[in-house]
Ligand binder design. Sequence first.
Ligand SMILES: Nc1ncnc2c1ncn2[C@@H]1O[C@H](COP(=O)(O)OP(=O)(O)O)[C@@H](O)[C@H]1O
Ligand SMILES: [Mg+2]
Length: 366
Amino acid sequence: MQTVATVMTPEVSSVDRDFPLLKAIAIMAKRAISCVVVREGPRPIGILTERDLVRKLFAAGGDPAMFRVGDVMTTPPQTVTEETTTLEALQLLRTRAFRRLPVVDPSGALVGIVTQTDLLHAVIADLEEASRLKSEILSTVSHELRTPIALIAGYVDLLSEGTFEPLQPRQQEVVARVQRTSSQLVDLVNAAFELIQLEAGRVSVACNPIDVEALFEQLGREFRALVPEGVSLHWRNELGTQPILGDHAKLKASLKNVVDNALKFTTAGRVEVMAAWADGLLTFVVQDTGIGIPAADLSHIFELFRQVDASDTRRFAGVGLGLHVVKRLLDVLGGRIAVDSTLGVGSTFRITIPAPRVMGGPPTRP
Ligand SMILES: Nc1ncnc2c1ncn2[C@@H]1O[C@H](COP(=O)(O)OP(=O)(O)O)[C@@H](O)[C@H]1O
Ligand SMILES: [Mg+2]
């Protein structure tokens, strides 16, 4: 946190209260300064600014030659010392119409002046530094979390596959639970990491050819174990195999989050993921026959940490990061996400992203 010492102006013209006003104006004009400090002995008792001059002279009327500096000066709220922090000084100025504060030494003698603008700049610089530091710490922590979590997930996979020795049914159950929990943890850390990068503006957009057919196959494999009993998951690609251009990682992450929700909030029926392309726009539609979303919540589910059911007893895992990250990723890509839902019937999420085709004619159907 900076102090007043770093932003004050030590050279300051000062006069006493009996000084003729016209002479003070002449000093200001000659030195091209916009204020003088009014002193009583070494101690500041007021400030005379250009603004005050015009306003007060008009209000008072009469001949300016008759006035003394003390008649029109402004009495500042307080003085500050060089050790006062810029934030404290700014707070002294905040509530009233003052733009400047005299700076005094411990004995109360005038040593300079500090302006609101300079204080503001210093405080903004401090805040930016603090915010940069905070995201640096968050970023490092979440990055460092990824490695051990991946390691845990890897070993649990080995255990569950019976690599060391076949597991008893009870052991299998426990290992499956650890597997689910660690996969949630991986998702959470990834979403947090993504969000921190987005907040820090540290995200660039890649442009690679994307083969939606291959993407669907890949996601199909990743989701296979997560499809609940009584639910079927379908992939329908209407683009064929001709690649389109886009940011593969962000697209995949966005789609994954939405499909993950669809599977999580659907206990019976089906989840269908559809891809289509028209006029430079790639569309993904994820439709489920799940619990649905109340109309009043539809506009809030994309907000950070927003969940329809946020109670301690809620049935579904998660913290409400997913859709917010998706929305932010799509903002970066110039895309959009929209939702339609009927409570108890199901939800349809629609993602659209500008995505030029790689070359030549439109994508062919398979
Ligand atoms: N397919 C869906 N069906 C029903 N509710 C959904 C669906 N997708 C999202 N939601 C609602 O939106 C909320 C926010 O989703 P998300 O940001 O992914 O958070 P999380 O999955 O961690 O709860 C969910 O908690 C849920 O209430
Ligand atoms: Mg989610």
